[in-house]
Design a protein around this ligand. Structure first.
Ligand SMILES: [Zn+2]
Length: 427
């Protein structure tokens, strides 16, 4: 494949390509999936004293590879810059904790994990998941590059190494006898700039009969449900099952099962094993979902080229709603300060002219301002104090949980608004 690229470059192809090379198969990228313009890093919350300073903006232009159909963003900022001090603590979302607990029970039962097993989680965050394995007395190890987040896990009693995962890290851990019976990676695959180096590392760290499970947002849901706000600089890749299968296959790993999950607006949980581990036959669900993806058009370039217009129309509808509400003299507050909210607000140009403020349960974000739009972030009590007419829910994947928690806004006639898949008012 690399030879191919060199040939193409010699033939002068570089001048007509726009997005660099595919991070999996090295094919030059020509095709736009969606262009969301310039945007700041979505987890770079702004302090009060930084409000008058320059803020870096980077292109949020997503391409699709016409060979392997990997949807991807060029790497403008190194993971070191993004993840060494990360503001995202998984444990602040109750439903995510329930999801993690349920997963633990399922895995322990299905694969008979016990005190002789070893569970390794890559990008283990604040120990939101491994704490449940530790509770059951199953030896566990987290690998997490963000030191501030890893420390929370360590304080909870979840052994955690502060480092980036890849071939080098896997070799070192395997040499220490820390290979995995269960190797978990949730919402990390999208965030890996060097996919091949990462998946090759998983192959090394997996015991001969071990199981890999990984969860990531499903590209088919992103397209169908219009979830363009899940695109941000920290997410380099967006996967279908078909493309994920190709990537794992290139590293000697077979996907033997898949589950569709409602998390993050529709995710996949894939189950991988070594090619030669025939003790785990390939489940019919894998074939069924591949067929469904093919029928939806995942292996057809027209599927990808139609997405841009859908995104523009969503922006127009959301702005039309907000303009109308402001003309009627209504007040609007946000709920949540998630990464996806920042993509949405920056792309749509929504600032304090529409949203007075937003609130978040994470104390790390309170008192700061959203990147780019500089909307202030307060404690959730601010909603009760100010009684806004509308509350725009930015983390729409938690909308049921939030509408239940904040149901009291109805006492003053407040209504919830969800922006994705298209603007909708819940009265
Ligand atoms: Zn490719």
């Amino acid at each position: 494949m690399i030879e191919n690229v060199k040939e193409l470059l010699q033939r002068g192809v570089k001048s007509s390509m726009k997005g660099g090379f595919c991070r999996f198969c090295s094919t030059p990228l020509y095709h736009t999936f969606v262009n969301l313009g310039m945007s700041p890093l979505c987890e770079s919350y702004v302090n009060e004293e930084q409000l008058n300073q320059m803020e870096p903006f980077y292109p949020l232009h997503v391409y699709v590879c016409d060979q392997c159909f990997l949807v991807q963003l060029e790497e403008f900022v190194s993971p070191e810059e993004i993840f060494s001090e990360y503001a995202y603590f998984s444990s602040y979302a109750d439903s995510w904790l329930q999801h993690a607990k349920k997963y633990t029970d399922l895995m322990v039962e299905r694969f008979q994990l016990d005190e002789h097993s070893h569970v390794v989680e890559v990008a283990s965050n604040d120990g939101y998941l491994l704490q449940y394995f530790v509770e059951k007395g199953i030896p566990s190890l987290g690998i997490e590059p963000a030191a501030n987040v890893a420390q929370v896990a360590i304080d909870k009693g979840v052994p955690t190494r502060i480092e980036f995962f890849g071939v080098e890290s896997a070799r070192k851990l395997a040499a220490e006898g820390l290979a995995a019976d269960l190797l978990v990676g949730n919402n990390v695959l999208a965030q890996v700039p060097d996919l091949n180096y990462f998946v090759a590392g998983m192959k090394i760290l997996l015991k001969p009969n071990g199981i890999i499970t990984m969860e990531f947002p499903h590209l088919m849901c992103l397209v169908r449900e219009n979830q363009f706000d899940t695109i941000y600089h920290e997410h380099f890749s967006y996967f279908s099952l078909i493309t994920a299968g190709k990537i794992f296959a290139a590293h000697g790993l077979t996907l033997f099962d898949v589950e569709e999950l409602p998390t993050h607006g529709g995710s996949l949980r894939i189950f991988g094993r070594h090619n030669d581990d025939l003790s785990k036959p390939i489940n019919g669900r894998v074939t069924t979902l591949r067929t469904r993806e093919q029928q939806s058009g995942v292996t057809d370039m027209t599927y990808y080229s139609a997405f841009s217009e859908q995104v523009k129309e969503t922006k127009r509808k959301l702005l039309a709603f907000l303009i109308q509400a402001k003309r009627e003299g209504k007040s609007i507050a946000g709920y949540g300060a998630p990464g996806k909210g920042n993509t949405l607000l920056n792309y749509c140009g929504i600032q304090t002219d529409f949203l007075d403020f937003t609130v978040d349960r994470n104390p790390y974000k309170q008192g700061k301002f959203l990147p780019g739009t500089h909307i202030p972030i307060h404690h959730p009590d601010k909603i009760r104090e100010t009684q806004p007419d509308y509350v725009l829910i930015l983390p729409w994947n938690f909308k049921d949980e939030i509408m239940e928690q904040e149901a009291y806004i109805r006492s003053w006639g407040g209504q919830f608004v969800v922006p994705i898949p298209e603007v909708k008012v819940f009265s």
